[in-house]
Design a protein around this ligand. Structure first.
Ligand SMILES: CC(C)(COP(=O)(O)OP(=O)(O)OC[C@H]1O[C@@H](n2cnc3c(N)ncnc32)[C@H](O)[C@@H]1OP(=O)(O)O)[C@@H](O)C(=O)NCCC(=O)NCCS
Length: 187
């Protein structure tokens, strides 16, 4: 998938051989001031992962992959300014939080747009592409998990149609903190 939006960014799935760029953007995301709210992984943890980790992650979510898709926004100079990844979850499995997955669904993770591009509409275009991919895979709904204190992300998700499902996920690694599940039903 590849489309040009008015801001001259190309929105597309990554290729497997682009793992160095995917790694660079992920490391930038993990250094964001809100990284502790936005991501479960730390910059220190990611920094010591071997190349094979980034290679496998990119191969599993590249153009043509079945179970996941990493979609990026690429500037005219080739720089990557935003990303999200959609995972496909099959009914019958138990998710990482111990909840059963009842319907085939997409799960949006690793949402990050560089600070200078926020508020420009670019995140909307990334979501359009991610949702389109999830529906094309037969997802009946798409969900994501957001920290209770990540106000900007929550406001964005509500604006594009996600609503809280009522599922609250305690953060095992950080007692006292919780995350909220937001869902969007297939139109
Ligand atoms: C989350 C993220 C992808 C959203 O993209 P964005 O381009 O910033 O989103 P937008 O600016 O289009 O929408 C955010 C909304 O929150 C509002 N907002 C801005 N700062 C806010 C704050 N501190 N608290 C609450 N709302 C805020 C904006 O005004 C906007 O509202 P509006 O649509 O009514 O005008 C981006 O901010 C980001 O990468 N954040 C860091 C990583 C992150 O948190 N990822 C999500 C993990 S679940």
């Amino acid at each position: 998938m590849s489309t040009m939006n008015p801001g001259a960014y190309v929105i597309r799935s990554i290729r497997a051989d682009e793992w160095p760029a995917a790694k660079e953007l992920r490391l930038a995301a993990l250094q964001d001031p809100v990284a502790a709210l936005a991501f479960l992984e730390t910059h220190e943890e990611a920094l010591v992962r071997p190349d094979s980790f980034w290679q496998e992650r990119a191969a599993g979510a590249c153009e043509g992959a079945d179970g996941a898709q990493q979609i990026i926004a690429e500037g005219p100079d080739g720089s990557w300014v935003g990303t999200l990844t959609v995972l496909v979850e099959e009914p019958g499995v138990t998710d990482w939080a111990g909840f059963p997955v009842e319907r085939k669904q997409g799960h949006v993770v690793a949402v990050f747009v560089r600070p200078e591009e926020r508020g420009s509409g670019l995140t909307d275009v990334l979501f359009d592409a991610g949702l389109e991919w999830a529906w094309s895979r037969g997802a009946e709904r798409v969900r994501l998990i957001v920290h209770e204190e990540n106000g900007r992300a929550q406001r964005f998700y509500r604006r594009v149609g996600f609503v809280p499902s009522g599922v609250v996920v305690p953060l095992a690694a950080r007692p006292g903190e919780t995350e909220l599940e937001f869902v969007l039903e297939r139109p």
